[in-house]
Design a protein around this ligand. Structure first.
Ligand code: PXG
Length: 294
């Protein structure tokens, strides 16, 4: 039971030894792409979806990973196996690689592939029971025509600036709006509202990362008798929703009970959220790529 880090084919079991060059453009410029993936009970959850998104992000930024999807999947399996962890978090990072100073990516001949297998706790456990208090942030989500939010890039300053606002305000999480004032997502999670048995989340073209957990929730919602819509949401819709929650690979599903000082619904974790969480948990048990063969 330990942390394990893969760097370009080598495995490291000590955090101190897992190092990359300061001349890596991932470090110098945030030039790279990543994924955050869960392992539940020895199964890599939504493995293909994460690998596909990684390669799509890489394609858009002209990053040739120089490994096939199958090789990358195998490297992930090997790293999880070497960690011995059956419930873990995988942070998969592909950066532009080591180059010279200056933005010219042509000096970076080989991307750096890092796979960290560790544990993650995004929010304190009691927040899952009692719900989050969120604020809307002054920092707007970057415009998709400047930096497409669908690229899961190593450049998270937009989200970090919002997160700093959240922490300084003493809130749990922040809701980021786009430049038209529509709700996009939280700082590293997608958002859903529920009103009259309809589940609503913003569409991709509003400027969001198209979350894999978001899709998992959209898939299970009809089984819960919910009508599903991807549509624009304003803060008014959060304030007046019956329920609201966030989704992400690290966060999983987490309820929101207050937004900008207004109670969402009755200010308690709602029944639809609880039912969806139960279904989601069930899915994580039997849906994934198997790591351990014995
Ligand atoms: N929006 C943003 C901006 C994110 O970064 C999500 C939504 C949810 O997407 P998924 O596919 O995870 O359902 C994310 C996910 C990390 C880390 O290591 C970040 C995320 C997920 C897991 C780990 O900081 N972001």
């Amino acid at each position: 039971m330990e942390t394990c880090v893969y760097i370009n084919g080598k495995m490291y079991h000590e955090r101190e030894q897992a190092k990359v060059s300061v001349f890596d453009h991932g470090y110098l410029y945030g030039d790279g792409v990543f994924e955050g993936i869960r392992v539940y009970n020895g199964l890599i959850f939504k493995c293909r979806e994460h690998i596909d998104r990684l390669y799509e992000s890489a394609k858009t930024i002209y990053l040739d990973i120089q490994m096939s999807r199958e090789e990358m999947t195998q490297a992930m399996i090997d790293t999880v196996r070497a960690s011995g962890l059956h419930d873990a978090y995988i942070r998969l990072i592909v950066s532009r690689g080591v180059g010279d100073l200056g933005l010219d990516y042509r000096h970076c001949k080989k991307p750096t592939v890092v796979i960290i297998v560790d544990k993650i706790t995004l929010y304190p456990p009691e927040r899952y029971e009692k719900g989050l208090k969120v604020i809307t942030t002054a920092t707007r989500r970057n415009k998709p025509d400047s930096l497409n939010c669908q690229i899961k890039s190593c450049n998270y300053l937009n989200n970090i600036l919002a997160k700093i606002e959240v922490i300084r305000a003493g809130a749990d999480e922040g809701i980021m709006l786009n430049n038209s004032g529509y709700v996009t997502e939280a700082t590293a999670d997608n958002i859903f509202v529920i009103k009259n048995k309809t589940l609503i989340t913003p569409p991709s073209y509003f400027g969001i990362l198209v979350g894999i957990t978001r899709q998992a929730v959209l898939d299970i919602a009809p089984d819960e008798g919910l009508h599903v819509e991807t549509a624009g949401i304003l803060v008014h819709d959060i304030y007046n929703a019956d329920e609201c929650f966030l989704t992400g690979s690290a966060a999983e599903l987490i309820p929101v009970v207050e937004c900008d000082g207004r109670a969402v619904g009755n200010g308690q974790v709602g029944p639809v959220f609880k039912a969806l969480l139960k279904r989601f948990r069930q899915k994580t048990k039997d849906d994934g790529v198997q790591v351990f063969t014995d």
